[in-house]
Design a protein around this ligand. Structure first.
Ligand code: NIG
Length: 424
């Protein structure tokens, strides 16, 4: 039997300790709760004990020097740190083909919306996906899953939304289901049929909304393929009314909303998401007093995706203000071919610090414990808490946690452990 037992000793800094598995708000977001010169004991894949080396219990001390722990089960982390693995709560990492042609078009002056109006963007990805077999889609997505693990991610939410018809939406969701079975990642799946209007419904938006409600949602639910339902609530995409109808239908099938809200403008996406008890409202580049008041009165977490803001060269979401107003903020990569072809949360942390004025601690909490909340895994992941699954990053020898977003292209990960097992 695999024991997944590990004793880490001499850890320079053990950060992200949480006695209570709660999400972070306000000033707590700037607290990392660390122990310097620490030990961490993992049993049966779960965090069991931790503390300062000077207080390491006698039984562990004896274990470290005996044959009770086998080779590789004692890790000397001298000079290295341990932090929780990332929980990336918003991605579209199942897709067929890249879109660097549009990258060039954007450099030459076209906006994201103009590219979409010309049939590019999400419709471009939908066309490629319809020509790609499920097996090939799975293989490319698996490659991206491996890539994000190498970048420190242990849990990820993945959306459909490049199918835009029943058959191809199901194809995407089945690929996500297969990734759940074949990778060590904790994966949450989101049905995003309402990502764009397919060409066949260009003049009949209501027809597509009806197809989502009457055909796709029941099929997705019948196969148990999604945890959440999402919609791109934005001018030129899905209106508040469309989103309202889709969420209303989704929750009847047990799908909790998440929403792409206020990316391009004041779309009303935040409010409609909150109306339906969304777990998270994501993007928020256009956020004003109304959105802030609505968020304050809700249990919905605000999720920022600065990589997309950077890539599309837009104005960043007011994350500093959200945190100062006491609103919990999560951060995700939004890994996708159109607005952020990167799953690196180290890079997102750097953007959050540099462009949004978050501290490194706030940025790390946003993509660990708060990211876990944004995908409903905060009871088992996202922090160094006794009983939680041991999803942890052992860093290389780095001077401090702040070094991670500061030296934003320097690899900082020595090893990723998922449920105490060394993954990469
Ligand atoms: O979150 N905004 C909508 N969806 C993605 C982009 C998808 C794409 O362009 O392929 C996002 O930015």
């Amino acid at each position: 039997m695999t024991r997944y037992m590990k004793l880490f000793i001499n850890i320079k800094e053990l950060a992200g300790i949480q006695r209570e598995p709660v999400l972070k708000t306000g000033k707590q977001m700037d607290e990392l709760n660390s122990i310097n010169d620490a030990f961490l004991f993992v049993e049966e894949g779960k965090i069991s004990k931790y503390g300062p080396m000077s207080a390491m219990p006698e039984d562990l001390r004896n274990m470290a020097g005996s044959s009770v722990l086998q080779a590789g089960e004692v890790v000397d982390a001298t000079g290295k740190m341990i932090i929780p693995a990332f929980c990336d709560s918003h991605t579209h990492l199942v897709y067929a083909g890249s879109r660097e042609q549009e990258f060039t078009d954007k450099i030459k002056g076209l906006s994201y919306q103009e590219i979409a109006r010309r049939g590019g963007g999400i419709l471009n990805s939908a066309k490629l996906l319809s020509q790609t077999s499920e097996e090939s889609l799975y293989r490319s997505a698996r490659g991206r899953a491996m890539e994000i693990m190498r970048q420190g991610t242990g849990a990820v939410e993945i959306k459909s939304g490049y199918g835009l018809n029943p058959q191809d939406e199901l194809k995407m969701l089945r690929v996500i289901a297969r990734l759940k079975e074949t990778t060590p990642l904790t994966i949450k799946s989101t049905f995003l049929g309402a990502h764009a209007f397919p060409a066949r419904y260009a003049d009949d938006h209501n027809g597509y909304v009806e197809e989502i409600i009457n055909e796709m949602i029941p099929m997705v639910a019948a196969e148990g393929l999604a945890d959440y339902i999402d919609a791109f609530c934005e001018e030129g995409f899905f209106s508040v009314e469309d989103t309202d109808r889709i969420f209303n239908a989704g929750i009847k099938y047990g799908l909790r909303p998440k929403v792409h809200a206020n990316q391009m403008g004041f779309s009303g996406g935040v409010q409609v998401g909150i109306k339906y008890g969304a777990r998270s409202v994501d993007h928020l580049e256009s956020t004003g007093p109304d959105e802030i008041s609505a968020l304050k009165e809700s249990d919905t977490i605000a999720t920022i995706l600065p990589g997309a803001t950077f890539f599309l060269n837009m104005q960043y979401a007011p994350a500093r203000k959200l945190i100062d107003e006491g609103i919990p903020v999560a951060m995700a990569s939004n890994y996708n071919p159109g607005s952020c072809p990167s799953g690196s949360l180290q890079f997102q942390m750097a953007l959050a610090c540099i462009a949004m004025k978050l501290t490194p601690a706030e940025a790390l909490n946003a993509c660990t414990i708060n990211g876990a909340f944004a995908m409903d895994v905060d009871d088992t992941l996202g922090g160094i808490t006794p009983g939680k699954q041991a999803n942890i990053i052992l860093t290389k020898e780095i001077p401090s946690i702040d070094f991670i977003p500061y030296a934003f292209t320097t690899p900082f990960i020595e090893k990723l452990y998922i449920a105490g097992k060394e993954i990469l």
